[in-house]
Design a protein around this ligand. Structure first.
Ligand code: PMP
Length: 460
């Protein structure tokens, strides 16, 4: 028996059946997968796309709202939503129109237009931080904010929580093992020692937080207000406030990455919980699914950024490079789409629709766990909810990871895919969008109910 309470043998039998079913149901995806291996490394345009639960990649033909359609003509209800990239539904009409408007008016010039100014004003009004920068991805935003934090404080060490993910930023690829910071496992081509300038501590551990900050070398704590990348882990009441209080006490900055938790409230957890960060990051859905990232900062940070930049320029006699950039950052297409998204898509009405549906889904998961007598739990936050294979919602990344049962998770996901439902891969997170309906939610619950009934009927 595994930690999830489900026998490994039963999972293997169940999984083999579903893999066979997928191959029979998706001949066009199978054919494209074979063809792809001849030109794409690992048969996919980005290697992790081969890591889903399906025996070969599921090839998508088109997507709209809460639905997408595969090349074999099947329809899917999408609770993954591009892992938040399309949190407001696939191709929202205002964003599609903005794309069409900008398409023949210039895509990128390295110069700002009026859209940039309007976006700055909209972001300041929405999130409460006065100054903004626009990047190409959340990864880039985090990377640049980290550079600014080191420049501003003159300190090098980045503090993160064990099990975090903030994009492919080298400095965050560390874990905490027995109180020591170590490299995250599986890194490819890691040439230098990340533990030199990064420190990892458990989430929800005020003592470890204070001890890490008290060393006096931490430039910033970079964190999500609730962890969402190792399974969901919610903060204890008051923990995020402690993060603010203690970073301030020890002269470190607080960077809140709301790339996923922006699903909690139109102003993110930052606004909802009054977190008062020095820097605030969002990416993925901010331009309605068009690549774009942003970061905002306080007036105090903006002043200090100016001073550090001036100093760097003086030191380099005006010929230096800030180490931040990328040519396509804040391109005309992304800015036009972000404006349309902020003005017409990412609205209070959208959240008013999404939030109760996620609650309905979380309640549905709880009902299934009770019905089938499983010792699992449900964690919910805003438009997201997740079932986890442990009796009580985890409080740390390590606890969340200990509850993983990869084969079971993959088998259940594949069962759902074979019946037209997609949830976020690699753990069990679901997201509702403005186009998700109560019927969609109930359909997911009913289908998962069938899956569990079939799985539990297999002798272990
Ligand atoms: N921050 C968080 C919290 C994320 O979850 C992710 C991606 N999952 C990122 C940053 C990076 O986003 P991107 O891959 O779009 O750069």
């Amino acid at each position: 028996m595994t930690a999830s309470g489900i026998a490994q043998q039963a999972v293997e039998t169940f999984s083999a059946r579903e893999r066979q079913r997928f191959l029979e149901r998706n001949p066009k995806s199978v054919a494209l997968a074979e063809r792809a291996h001849k030109s794409l490394y690992a048969g996919v345009p980005m290697h992790w796309m081969a890591d889903w639960s399906t025996p070969c990649p599921l090839f998508v033909e088109r997507a709209k709202g809460a639905r997408f359609y595969d090349v074999d003509g099947h329809e899917y209800i999408d609770f993954c939503l591009g892992d938040t990239g399309t949190m407001f539904g696939h191709s929202p009409d205002p964003v599609a129109r903005a794309l069409a408007e900008q398409a023949s008016n210039g895509l990128t010039t390295m110069l700002p237009g009026e859209d940039a100014v309007v976006c700055g004003e909209l972001l300041a009004a929405r999130f409460g931080l006065p100054f903004w920068q626009v990047t190409a991805t959340a990864t880039d935003s985090n990377r640049y904010v980290l550079r600014w934090a080191r420049a501003i404080t003159g300190r090098k060490t980045l503090l993160v929580f064990d099990g975090c993910y903030h994009g492919t930023v080298d400095d965050v690829m560390v874990r905490c093992r027995d109180g020591e910071t170590v490299h995250r496992s599986g890194l490819v081509g890691q040439a230098y020692d990340l533990t030199q300038h990064s420190r990892s501590i458990p989430f929800n551990d005020v003592e470890a937080l204070e001890a890490a900050l008290a060393k006096g070398d931490v430039c910033a704590l970079l964190c999500e207000p609730a962890m969402t990348n190792i399974g969901m882990v919610l903060p204890d009441p008051g923990f995020m406030q402690k993060c603010r209080e203690l970073t301030r006490k020890y002269g470190a900055l607080l960077i809140i990455d709301e790339t996923h938790t922006i699903s909690t409230d139109i102003g993110g957890c930052t606004r909802l919980w009054n977190l008062d960060p020095d820097f605030f990051v969002v990416g993925k859905p901010i331009a309605g699914g068009v690549p774009c990232g942003i970061f905002g900062c306080s007036a105090e940070m903006a002043e200090k950024m100016l001073a550090s930049r001036r100093k760097a320029q003086e030191d380099s006699h005006g010929h230096g490079h800030s180490g931040m950039g990328t040519t396509l950052s804040a391109n005309a297409l992304a800015m036009h789409c972000m404006r349309a998204n902020l003005e017409q898509v990412m609205t209070q009405a959208a959240y008013d629709h999404m939030l109760p549906l996620a609650k309905r889904l979380a309640d549905g998961f709880r009902g299934l766990i009770h019905k089938h007598g499983l010792k699992w739990s449900v964690t919910e936050l805003g438009a997201r909810s997740e079932f986890q294979f442990c009796p009580v919602s985890p409080r740390t990344g390590a606890e969340a990871e200990a509850a993983f049962h990869d084969e079971l998770q993959m088998a259940l996901h594949l069962y759902l895919i074979n019946r037209g439902i997609l949830i976020t891969p690699f753990h069990n997170m679901t997201l509702c969008c403005p186009d998700t309906s109560a019927e969609d939610v109930d359909h997911l619950i009913d289908t998962l109910d069938q899956a569990l009934s079939e799985l539990l009927a297999i002798p272990g």
